[in-house]
Design a protein around this ligand. Sequence first.
Ligand SMILES: Cc1cc2nc3c(=O)[nH]c(=O)nc-3n(C[C@H](O)[C@H](O)[C@H](O)COP(=O)(O)OP(=O)(O)OC[C@H]3O[C@@H](n4cnc5c(N)ncnc54)[C@H](O)[C@@H]3O)c2cc1C
Length: 468
Amino acid sequence: MDGFKKEFDVIVVGAGTGGAVAARFAAENGLKVCLIDRKPETLDPAKVCGDAVGSEIFDLLGIAHPRGEELSCHIKGVKLYPPDMRRPLVLIDPKFTGYIINRSLFGRRLLKEALDAGVSRFMHDTKALDLICHNGSVAGVKVRLSNGDTAELGAKIVIDASGLYSVLRKNIKSDIIENNFKKEDAVLCYREIVDFPTKAQKVKDPDYITIILDHKRAPGGYIWYFPKNEHSLNIGLGVYMDYRDRVRELYKKSVFNEFVNTKEFEILSSGGGVVPVRRPLWSCADSGIMFVGDAALHVNPLHGGGIDPSMRAGYHAAMTAVKAIGKGDVSLNALWGYNSAVMKSFGSEFAGLELLRRVLQSLTNADISFGLNKNLLNAEEVLYIAKTGNIKPPLGKMALKAFRGFSRPGFLLNLNYLRIHMNQVITLYRNFPGSNDIEEFESWKQKVGEQYKKINFLTEKLRSERQV
Ligand SMILES: Cc1cc2nc3c(=O)[nH]c(=O)nc-3n(C[C@H](O)[C@H](O)[C@H](O)COP(=O)(O)OP(=O)(O)OC[C@H]3O[C@@H](n4cnc5c(N)ncnc54)[C@H](O)[C@@H]3O)c2cc1C
């Protein structure tokens, strides 16, 4: 093993949105990068996605905004409907304006930008099988090449952006990386792109993406209706993982039959996938390795958007690698700054939103309709939650609103309890340990875990009340 050659500075596994951005910024900043993907050179021509991405990330990273064929349409904001569909909450904000994209063309563009930035080697049709470790640190990847042979590739740092079911994360022997996630920390999604070639059906509300919260039609998740252009739609739903065998049936009943009311349609694409909906991995790095995007559970727990955070994480991983390699130190201590950057950039917000998501899943349809119809949280307040992962309005203000109509004091108290714990979780995340001191890290995890336990207690209570 001593003679094992580390040919590359960085190996990036996975050329999706997270991996392509990581490879681009690492190469642009002078590192010798190898990018590998198990897919062919053209990546996935039918990538399953809701195709929505906010505009903010492009300005943040200095990446060109989608345009031309890559851009399906511009989105002004989100309309969030309660189960009774009476009155939507209209969310307009830089966080919610953005694009519906052609996901395959977008993915290929990010890959091209990475290759143009100077990636030394792009190995498509190449599957990562396992990590290679040396002296307790990751030192490369074992791969299966397109011709069926296996090979060992050495690097100072591996960036794993190979998606939710990452084999590298599953196999890593580490005290701080979670190998698996729980099924209640993910939702199952199914979607179709439906085209109306003769324009037999008009696309409603083409400037907004529509989200419907409804536990009957989409248990544990929501329904989406995203316009692609004036004659096609991306429609789908997310549900609890337990609905694995029924997700298509539910889609047909609650989404397709609901939104497609003509016989003149063409289904351009259909498919599903699993989306993580929790805070990021406790630690997204260990010695010689960083995890990015879905592989590190970097998805917004409230709406399942993972393109933006995967790109942010890819950027932070690349910049951390540049710094660490510059100093000649790729230990966990040297890569810890990646964890801090992730937690600051979106991790703390996602930790708060995970609590909200858990409580939302435990509410009844009547509660959700009550909350939205009574304006218990208005658009401005919901936007604040989405931006910060925190609930702003103090109890008094909410109480006033609630009692103005008819009262549900229990509901209000639960909301306040949630507000307090979201607040505490975010404060803890803002004070994410500054170094990899294991004792400090474990004690921080324990404190965060206590907040989650308290919310679990609330969700159990809400569920048992529902069953009475
Ligand atoms: C139905 C659905 C709808 C969604 N809608 C939206 C949406 O509207 N907006 C949004 O922002 N997000 C959405 N998401 C989530 C979003 O698609 C992901 O969070 C995002 O693509 C994550 O990017 P990534 O780079 O981490 O992983 P991926 O895009 O999954 O890329 C991983 C790459 O790694 C490669 N790979 C995997 N294993 C290996 C291996 N062993 N060796 C080599 N290569 C490997 C894969 O081929 C792939 O190219 C949706 C997800 C689903 C399932």
